[in-house]
Design a protein around this ligand. Structure first.
Ligand code: CP3
Length: 356
């Protein structure tokens, strides 16, 4: 009897325990900012490199629920973080649409550049079934995650994913995709529409599989003039948010338009995301002035400050926390952690934020 009571009370605690990161995304300011780190599962961790070697190709790892779940949970074993992010990649979306992606060691992702016939051949009907291993990974992580930790799902925003589909690889200026969009607007709109619909169904499936929050990675929001930004970034991200909320009305969504610069405020006001990811080139005070008063923010430490470590890191962490102290804030980097990052610096960062 006693045992059963104890079990019940544990279950009640599990069910009612708050997740500080999720609460912050939903707009409730926390006593100290919850923390996770973009690309927190990855090559700076020896235990990641070990599994990565065993798994075969990078995509084999993304589609292996047992190993992908393990890799997702690795950073939480080392550091006192508030959330786990699903281990996958933004480019599983073109891969699952039938534009097969390869990750070439040292060269990044490579895919056959898409054209009119390629767009017509995209296999939207098979899309979600091909991503079922990723959804299984989410369920596995969720079953192993402590009740106060937040599970973060994600996808690339349509424009960012389209830049890779059109160029067939990454680039610094996205010139191929920008020219494609300007020269062939109807074809580009067709591709973007497919990506909007795919992103909606993928994110809804992630939320139903157990993700508490989803993040839209618009890593290539830079290099766009205001008209292009509205049309490729704000429009499609707004449609994704609306489409997700039509199925999951209380979906908690973080938008991360890296390089939005002067368009940050418009993105924050119009897309309907709950929280804005702020890149490190955006001044804290600029973000505070540009965004609606009650809107939460995530960021925005320069990942290289974490590589360098020491007093400058501590000072900047304090400045960022102070700068965002008037609104819901999730501490994070202003872009992904880089492989050269010393693990001891990550521990110091997490301790500094915990002590704030
Ligand atoms: O820990 C996490 O954040 C979860 C996993 C995650 C990865 N990629 C794993 C990964 C997430 C959220 C991403 C997002 C992603 N992928 C983005 C958006 C975020 C950003 O950094 O801008 C982009 C643009 C990609 C596309 C991508 N994936 C590129 C350009 C590369 C090659 C460059 C690189 O960093 O190596 C990848 C590969 C990739 N994705 C790796 C990891 C851990 C490294 C590959 C490996 O381990 O062999």
């Amino acid at each position: 009897m006693y045992f059963r009571l104890a079990e019940n009370s544990k279950m009640v605690t599990m069910a009612t325990m708050k997740k500080p990161l999720l609460e912050a995304v939903k707009g409730k300011r926390q006593k100290r900012p919850p923390i996770w780190i973009m690309r927190q599962a990855g090559r700076y961790l020896p235990e990641y490199r070990e599994i990565r070697e065993r798994a075969g190709s990078f995509l084999d790892l993304c589609y292996n629920p047992r190993l992908a779940a393990e890799v997702s949970l690795q950073p939480l074993k080392r550091f006192d973080l508030d959330g786990a992010i699903l281990f996958s990649d933004i480019l599983v979306v073109p891969d699952a649409l039938g534009q097969r992606v390869e990750f070439v060691q040292g060269d990044g992702p490579v895919l056959p550049p898409i054209d009119q016939e390629g767009i017509a051949r995209l296999e939207t009907d098979l899309f979600l079934a091909r991503l079922s291993p990723v959804l299984e990974t989410i369920a596995l992580i969720k079953s192993r995650l402590e009740a106060d930790k937040t599970l973060i799902g994600f996808c690339g925003s349509p424009w960012t994913v389209a830049t890779y589909m059109i160029a067939g690889k990454g680039s610094t200026d996205q010139a191929k995709a920008r020219l494609f969009a300007l020269r062939k607007p109807a074809l580009f709109a067709e591709l973007m529409n497919i990506l909007v619909q795919a992103s909606i169904s993928y994110l809804v499936a992630q939320l139903r599989a157990g993700a508490d929050v989803v993040q839209l990675f618009e890593s290539w929001a830079l290099n766009l003039d205001e008209k292009c930004f509205r049309s490729y970034v704000i429009g499609p991200n707004t449609k994704v948010v609306e489409g997700v909320r039509a199925a999951v009305p209380d979906a908690a969504i973080i938008g991360f338009p890296r390089g939005a610069a002067g368009m940050l405020g418009e993105y924050g006001r119009e897309t309907g995301v709950n929280m804005m990811g702020i890149d490190y080139a955006t001044p804290v005070s600029f973000a505070v002035d540009a965004l609606p008063e009650d809107m939460g923010v995530q960021g925005n430490l320069d990942p290289l400050r974490l590589v360098a470590g020491g007093a400058q890191l501590e000072r900047r962490v304090e400045e960022v926390i102070l700068g965002f102290s008037e609104r819901p804030h999730v501490f994070n980097l202003g872009h992904g952690i880089v492989p050269e990052t010393p693990i001891a610096h990550v521990s110091s960062l997490v301790e500094a934020v915990r002590g704030a």
